[in-house]
Design a protein around this ligand. Structure first.
Ligand SMILES: *Cc1c(COP(=O)(O)O)cnc(C)c1O
Length: 304
């Protein structure tokens, strides 16, 4: 049995119109709270088969939580090195999965450097987005959509480092949907893919200035940028305020809490302008557990 679950595919009454059905792939309902367990669970199982005795991660977000969950399920110890900026809640969620948390450095770069320096030959490093095994695992989401009999006219998803993008494109291709365009959404200040597309080369942001921290990769995976040349990918950037407002609206409409990283895609679905005349739109509700309702409310009031 895989470590992820098959998630519901719902037609959103709130987002659909008589001319357009908006379908929600509810990966917010994965046990560790985001789609990440699809890829990370798949990769961890493969590394375990290859003899890994420990998993090492440097993500203080949903990737670290998914790695901790996978390790517990596979009875393999996990260590997650996180920077000092990591929220108490995120650390608590990682520890709740029985992983060891090491707090080190002012930023992700320093925490990641320590994690790399700790690696033994029997360890597997679990990257948050840049690993072909992860993409294969993420692709299972599109296998489920295909099995349900839906061929969307467009797929709407959020982009951080682009692992989800690579997985969805892989999934579309292996299910005979290579022509289905992807609408790739980022927030202002975490728009490393949009800026790379505009520049015609993969750029590195000097810093991340969005509260959608799960989209905070300064540079996207090379394969994610490559897909913008080889697959129809439309890049869209929304402000943090729109992402947060969409999270609040989604709570009322669908009774599920997600992070602004996911709210970015929901904002585009609610706004509709970018969806054009598509008959069926698939929205990847990628989830995320690091924002509480209280935190979302505080952001919503601050940013009004
Ligand atoms: C990781 C994550 C993303 C971005 O995924 P990438 O593979 O880094 O592009 C989006 N939303 C949530 C909730 C995430 O945890």
């Amino acid at each position: 049995m895989p470590l992820h679950i098959e998630t519901p595919l719902l037609e959103s009454a709130a987002m659909s119109t008589p001319a357009q059905s908006v379908w929600l792939k509810m990966d917010a309902l994965q046990p560790p709270g985001s789609f990440k367990i699809r890829g990370i669970g798949f990769a961890c199982e493969e590394y375990a088969r290859r003899g890994a005795r420990r998993f090492v991660s440097s993500s203080g977000g949903n990737a670290g939580i998914a790695a901790a969950y996978a390790g517990r399920r596979l009875s393999i110890p996990v260590v997650v090195v996180v920077p000092e900026t990591t929220s108490a809640r995120a650390m608590e969620l990682i520890r709740r999965e029985q992983a060891e948390v090491i707090v080190h450095g002012a930023s992700f770069q320093e925490a990641n450097a320590l994690a790399q320096s700790m690696l033994l030959s029997t360890d597997a490093f679990i990257h948050p987005f840049d690993d072909p095994l992860l993409w294969q695992g993420h692709a299972s989401m599109i296998d489920e959509v295909a099995r349900a009999g839906l061929t969307p006219d467009a797929v709407l998803l959020s982009v951080g480092g682009g692992g989800l993008l690579c997985g969805v494109v892989a999934g579309l291709r292996r299910n005979g949907m290579a022509g289905v365009p992807v609408i790739a959404v980022e927030t202002v200040g975490a728009d490393s893919l949009a800026q790379s597309v505009a520049a015609g080369e993969r750029i590195e942001l000097p810093r991340i200035s969005s509260l959608a921290t799960s989209l905070g990769a300064r540079k996207v995976a090379e394969q994610a940028f490559e897909w913008t040349r080889q697959h129809p990918v439309h890049s869209v950037v929304v402000p943090d305020s729109a992402a947060v407002a969409a999270c609040m609206r989604f709570i009322d409409d669908h009774r599920v809490v997600v992070e602004p990283a996911c709210g970015a895609s929901l904002a585009v679905a609610y706004d509709r302008a970018a969806l054009g005349a598509c008959r069926n739109v698939l929205v990847v509700v990628c989830g995320g557990v690091t924002a509480t309702v209280g935190q979302l409310q505080a952001w919503a009031t601050e940013r009004r």
